[in-house]
Ligand binder design. Structure first.
Ligand SMILES: [Zn+2]
Ligand SMILES: [Zn+2]
Length: 237
């Protein structure tokens, strides 16, 4: 983009601050916040200019190696925004908030989730790891409590006793996951971003997010793989 970076106003700064303190912000919330910030600071507002508003902030964040990034929820495909630090690793991102023991449990949980078929790890499997941690053994009760905090802090999300990575975690740690789980981490064939809960083609092995599957196969009675053209063997969600 050759256009000179637009000026960063108080509205931009306010928007950024709220996004950072939220951790993750759902798309409709971000749109409301955009309006609120522009009105509060009496700055030009147009409802369809959120992307421009964000790219202005991003151009000013660039020297700090930070970026507001948009990602889709793996459940419903809705857009979410998070502020990503591009030079931090997973360890430095979370290190200030958790103990070494808690981080070890998180990494083990992440391994289970990413190595699983469906992108979920059961609480039983996670709790079984708790007394095998290198840092120090963790009691199951204690591990349960730590998992709860990871859910509250939006690093994990939980459904019926199964854990997966929260959208916030996927947006913030996409690069980390892609480089640390090179052989197993999958990118969605449709939207090209990291996918944790995905359907995989039995013939050629491409993966697709569930919302991307839903969108792509909408109205098709005999869904075929977009890459190899074989019948799509998974039940489309
Ligand atoms: Zn996708
Ligand atoms: Zn295929």
């Amino acid at each position: 983009n050759s256009v000179m970076a637009a000026r960063m106003t108080d509205a931009h700064r306010r928007f950024l601050q709220v996004l950072m303190s939220n951790g993750i912000t759902e798309g409709s919330e971000a749109r409301k916040l955009h309006q609120h910030c522009c009105e509060t600071d009496k700055v030009y507002y147009a409802h369809d200019k959120l992307d421009d508003f964000i790219s202005t902030i991003n151009s000013h964040l660039q020297p700090l190696f930070m970026q507001i990034r948009k990602g889709l929820s793996e459940d419903d495909g809705r857009a979410h925004y998070a502020v990503v630090n591009l030079v931090e690793t997973e360890v430095t991102k979370m290190a200030s908030d958790y103990t070494e023991l808690e981080l070890e449990l998180f990494r083990k949980t992440m391994d289970l989730i990413i190595l699983s078929e469906n992108g979920f790890a059961s609480s039983t499997d996670i709790l079984n790891l708790a007394d095998q941690l290198k840092t120090k053994k963790m009691k199951k009760k204690e591990a349960e409590q730590v998992l709860k905090v990871f859910v509250e802090d939006k690093w994990l999300s939980e459904k019926n006793g199964e854990y997966t990575l929260h959208t916030r975690c996927i947006i913030e740690m996409e690069q980390y996951i892609l480089s640390n789980y090179q052989d197993v981490a999958r990118k969605c064939h449709i939207c090209h971003s990291l996918t944790i809960q995905s359907q995989v083609c039995e013939s050629c092995g491409i993966a697709m997010h569930l919302p991307c599957v839903r969108k792509y196969f909408r109205g098709q009675t005999e869904p075929r793989c977009p890459k190899c053209n074989e019948f799509w063997s998974c039940d489309t969600p």
